[in-house]
Design a protein around this ligand. Sequence first.
Ligand code: NI
Length: 138
Amino acid sequence: MAEIFRFGVSLDKDLLARFDRLIESKNYSNRSEAFRDLIRHELVEREWQEGKEVAGAITIIYDHHHRDILNKITDMQHDFQGIIISTQHVHLDHDNCLEIIAVKGSPKQVKKLADTLKSIKGVKHGTLSMSTTGRQIK
Ligand code: NI
């Protein structure tokens, strides 16, 4: 386990009160854990900005009856197979499909794949969950 350091933080009283209300609403058990998560969040953002290898998930919702959409989505995934770890397809109802594409690679490539999938006609909604490989984060 990594060595743990303690340090004090000086904060305006009102700001601390707002922070405490925020972390309570998010169910953090203490300030330290909430503070660690804020730091990790910033570090993950930095990984994406600096072009380090990142991981994440692209989620798309689409109507599988839409003309040629399955071919387009499959073609796109073959074009980006170097960064796709796995794909999960869920039939939500008679018309709608949910696809979760787990990715690992350069931020530029991952964003390009997410943008390309979202831009396909018939894709109703798409999100990119920008996360980390976990190697840079404790
Ligand atoms: Ni389906």
